[in-house]
Write a new protein. Sequence first.
Length: 600
Amino acid sequence: MCGIIGYIGEGDVAEFLVKGLKRLEYRGYDSAGISLIAGGLISTVKCGGNISKLEKKLEKVEFKDAKLGIGHTRWATHGEPTDENAHPHTSCKDEIAIAHNGIIENYKTLKKMLMDKGHAFKSDTDSEVIAHLIEEFYDGDLESAVARAVKSIEGAYAIASIHKSEDRIVVACKSSPIVIGFGDGAMFIASDAAALVGNTNKVVYLSDGEIASVMCDRIHVRKLNGESVNKQVKRLDASLSDVEKGGFKHFMLKEIFEQPESLSNLIRGRVRGNSVKLTLNVNLNSVSRIIIIACGTSWHSAIIGKYIIENLIRVPVEVDYASEFKYRNPIIGRGDLVIAISQSGETADTIGAVRAAKQKGARVIGIVNVVGSTISREVDGGIYLRAGPEISVASTKAFTSQVLALLLFALYARQARGGVADNQLLNEITDLPNMVDRVLDNAKIVERIAEDLAQKRNFLYLGRGINYPVALEGALKLKEISYIHAEGYPAGEMKHGPIALIDEGFPVVFISPKDGLYDKVVSNMEEVKARKAIVIAVINEIDENVRQVADYIIEVPKTSPLVSPIINVIPLQLLAYYIADLKGVDVDRPRNLAKSVTVE
Ligand code: F6R
């Protein structure tokens, strides 16, 4: 949520900042801006709207001899997305500029204190107090002033700051990431490593409570108490093709089509013959209950995980919204294992839930995509998804990888607890990339269905058992990117209420693989057909019953029930994508949303 970029070194600073902001635009796109030090002064250009609007504004500006600068792309929390509320924010005397991600919870108190001291504010944001605080504490050393400022702040922050007379960028973070990249005679700063790909593969991740001075050839990192920290330089394993569209119209479509590869990356080295190898740092023999915490799409994979784990190891699993878990004083005991699922590893609700679970003494493992993210650093162990950067706000490849990671976890736990290997499942897992390829080969069929249905105002998605969460995920994908109202429901629950919605022409998507519940789901199809609904059926093989009731059929390969969600969700991702694209909306950057929700 929101993106920060920074650059110090030779070359066109403004150009680098804008390029970086474009890479970060998926984190927020309400407003954007940059501040550079040029000719001993701070020069700021910012505006409401997206980066292309900022670029237009920049056409008329020249930054002479700029050597460093910071930039920001915003997802509004406090204050509307106007020019004034866009970052960077400057202090009264325009000597300091800051870009901030996160929320300053005590900003009202700080703002009043600063106004009493004569500070005049230019925006409605919480972030602006940081610029004024730094100015208040500044006595010739930006690093010390930032350290004093962040000690006064309550809440989450990633801050990049500059002072007109200093040749460095000072960054600090707590519960919101900052990564520093090492270039040749230049240094880079970003809130997300994806923005640095192609510029450097040597990075340092700042930890909570650390502050760093970034000069053009070195960094100095210390804790807030002044103690120096020796940071380990890490390798950034991503290439330009991971963060560019590569010929696809949108990142979402590219990421849907990347799923055969993302799934095989996850499996590689982890499925060997008839066993699964993971390094979890947790003794699974003593686990008597599992609690999975996650948000949004990751929460849907968590519900699928409940079916998988309970089925394979017969240990009870609870699934909680991370945003609820922390505040309901959950009962956690010695035999409990908590699994946190998060693509970004930076979701504030999930981080909060992980910390609450750890505080209560639970062992916590993470299923995370972004390497080095906060959750990945705070858990006892876990599984990296290796899905590569997911740029589109709507999650697709991370979802299928999360489900596969849960399958691998359950099979591994089964082994660890002395259970027999499930060879059929293991074979299907190895064959998954091929099966997903076959589903993707039918994308054109889904596109044609989308053409017929794109003007509908409501959709219902129905599935049963392990495919009920797939219905939830299909509905979420459609509503978040096309703004069409969609609901997911367990098919058996339809008769208890939602059937009242059905009338002529109402589209109902059924996820109906050939499993033990197939006949019941076909009966549900008949019930809605009797009310003249439009039936779209995702099925394994066409039979006479389905042919008679379904208006549209999408055939997918048959698998064991525990593997089926990974296959069945793909046509639903495609359906949402094509409908949204036909509506002409910004598929990768749906309104009001941002990738990685770093506020509670
Ligand atoms: C939907 C979507 C969101 C995220 C949710 C959690 O397509 O992407 O619902 O799944 O915000 O994000 P992570 O997985 O990063 O914790």
